[in-house]
Design a protein around this ligand. Structure first.
Ligand code: KG4
Ligand code: ZN
Length: 348
């Protein structure tokens, strides 16, 4: 079934076409970075308005690029949550009404399910079961994945998500939004031996995360350096970025090692925006190799928000017979543990 996927949960409009036989045919992402940059973060109302402007033209561009006629679409998948309510409603309204007008089924997709299945879009995809580390702007979670919709939460974030900690620390360092990739770039020039940040919650058992203390640690380090140097040098900023990144990466590696042992699982999947981080990917792959665990992650463009992961998750659910009713809605807060294997029809 040729499935159109629509992602509008935050600040990216993503659309894609996924087909059971031919795989991913085409995808497009429109990033709203330029819209939000001057405010230093996502402005929800501006995000919704931009999705209103961009979603339909982007779908048209997608179909044109793939040389696919609208009538060939066999199903429509849209992100229904979690995310910004106004932004979600745009994708849900477009997706649901498009499906209705074409006379094809629609399915509401959980954004984090899209992320955690994104590594399956790669050649030689990992088989179930696996442990997934979901690290994005809103989530840091460890999930045991037995199959589609069979998720057991192993650990969650107690405060700031990993991506949020990257973004907030980047802001302290005077970097523009979105901070994560900017901080990672700055860290390339940093000396890893100069500062040592804590590895939060690794000194006790458990799989919970807490990253908000790292931001405070960065602030205090900046203050100390400022007292010493007056103006903070470019090298000091890079050294702080490096120490912060190192602390997040090592903390995630320690928790993942624990998680695969606890779940007795030989496969680990990284997903979500922060999994685009090169040091995280390299350190995790090396650490897991030592444990005999295979590590998979999506190509960089499918780590951050995109339509391909939604088209793919939608295709899996539609193929299994799941159908959404004629109503639609958005679930800004939608715990991943509420997901179930595909089945029946959901009323929205
Ligand atoms: O999955 P995503 O695109 O959106 C959400 O669902 O939240 O994740 C965005 C997050 C942002 O916090 C961004 O700063 C972070 O992922 N991010 C990174 C990198 N690329 C994106 N963090 C660290 N290193 C990166 N290379
Ligand atoms: Zn996301």
């Amino acid at each position: 079934m040729l499935t159109l996927g629509i992602e509008t949960s935050c600040d990216e409009t993503g659309v894609a076409l996924y087909d059971g036989d031919r795989g991913l045919l085409e995808h497009r992402v429109y990033s709203q970075i330029a819209t939000h940059a001057e405010y230093g973060g996502v402005v929800p109302e501006l995000a919704s308005r931009d999705h209103v402007r961009k979603t339909l033209p982007l779908i048209q561009e997608l179909l044109h690029g793939a040389r696919i006629a609208r009538s060939e679409i066999g199903g429509v998948a849209y992100t229904a949550g979690p995310g910004l309510v106004g932004a979600l409603l745009v994708g849900a309204a477009v997706g649901r009404s498009l499906a209705w007008s074409l006379g094809v089924p629609a399915v509401a997709i959980h954004h984090m399910e899209g992320h955690l299945l994104a590594p399956l879009l790669e050649p030689d995809p990992p088989a179930f079961p696996f442990v997934a580390l979901l690290v994005s702007g809103g989530h840091s979670q460890l999930v045991e994945v037995a199959g589609l919709g069979r998720y057991k939460l192993l650990g969650d974030s107690l405060d700031d998500a990993a991506g949020e900690a990257f973004d907030k620390t980047a802001k302290l360092l005077g970097l523009p939004y979105p901070g994560g990739p900017e901080l990672a770039r700055l860290a390339e020039q940093g000396d890893s031996g100069r500062f040592r940040f804590p590895r939060p919650m690794t000194d006790r058992p458990g799989l919970e995360f807490s990253f908000s203390g790292l931001k405070t640690f960065a602030l205090n380090t900046l203050d100390a350096v400022r007292r010493e140097e007056g103006e903070i040098s470019a090298q000091s900023r890079a050294d702080i970025a490096r120490a912060f990144e190192q602390a997040v990466v090592e903390t995630l590696v320690i928790k993942c090692r624990r998680a695969v042992k606890q779940a007795r699982c030989q496969r680990l999947v990284l997903a979500g925006g922060v999994s685009a981080n090169r040091r995280l990917r390299a350190a995790m792959t090396e650490a897991m190799q030592k444990e005999g665990v295979r590590t998979d992650y999506p190509r960089a463009e499918f780590c951050t928000d995109n339509g391909a992961m939604i088209a793919h998750a939608g295709w899996l659910r539609l193929k299994a017979g799941e159908r959404s009713g004629l109503g639609f809605g958005a679930r800004p807060r939608w715990p991943l543990e509420e997901m179930r294997p595909p089945g029946g029809s959901g009323e929205w």
